[in-house]
Write a protein that binds this ligand. Structure first.
Ligand code: FEO
Length: 168
């Protein structure tokens, strides 16, 4: 049986992952409607990944005898100044998610729920990877400057796989 405080923290995270998925969908739309096909592909794939994160939390809570709640999701911003802002905001968001995962590990330690703490380790590692990958993209953008966005867009294309065929 899940400890109530652990359950509350995990259920809270369902909304955070759902929001992440929609935030990246909004960024995919921004990229696609501004002619950045590769960047759109990257964000569509990223959005799918966040949905999978959300599902992981839902399934784990249910499996451990808790109750997942499917939340309302706030509307993410759809206007962005430029590519740099989109990826700066992505990094900021991932850092925020990392802090949430860290807080959840803290709740598990406090409540002595070492099973969930171990389960959360996958997300700890995932966040290390995501932050590193988005930091790398921000570095690349800085190096290329504003005049090479076409090159940037080609470069990022396919980095995170492609949009599932069912969405085409
Ligand atoms: Fe599910 Fe990118 O954190």
């Amino acid at each position: 049986m899940l400890n109530k405080n652990v359950e509350k923290a995990l259920v809270n995270q369902i909304e955070k992952e759902a929001y992440s998925s929609n935030l990246y969908l909004a960024m995919a739309v921004w990229a696609e409607t501004n002619g950045f096909e590769g960047t759109a592909q990257w964000f569509y794939a990223q959005s799918e990944e966040e949905r999978l994160h959300m599902l992981k939390f839902i399934r784990y809570v249910n499996e451990r005898g808790g109750n997942s709640v499917i939340p309302a999701i706030a509307q993410p911003p759809s206007e962005y100044k430029d590519m740099k802002e989109v990826f700066a905001k992505t990094l900021e968001h991932e850092q925020y998610v990392s802090s949430l995962i860290n807080d959840m590990v803290g709740v598990c330690v406090k409540e002595k729920d070492y099973t969930t703490q171990t389960w959360l380790q996958w997300f700890v590692n995932e966040q290390i990877e995501e932050e590193a990958s988005v930091s790398g993209i921000n570095d690349k953008l800085r190096l290329l400057g504003d005049h090479n966005l076409y090159m940037f867009d080609r470069d990022i294309m396919g980095m995170r796989g492609v949009v599932p065929a069912s969405a085409e």
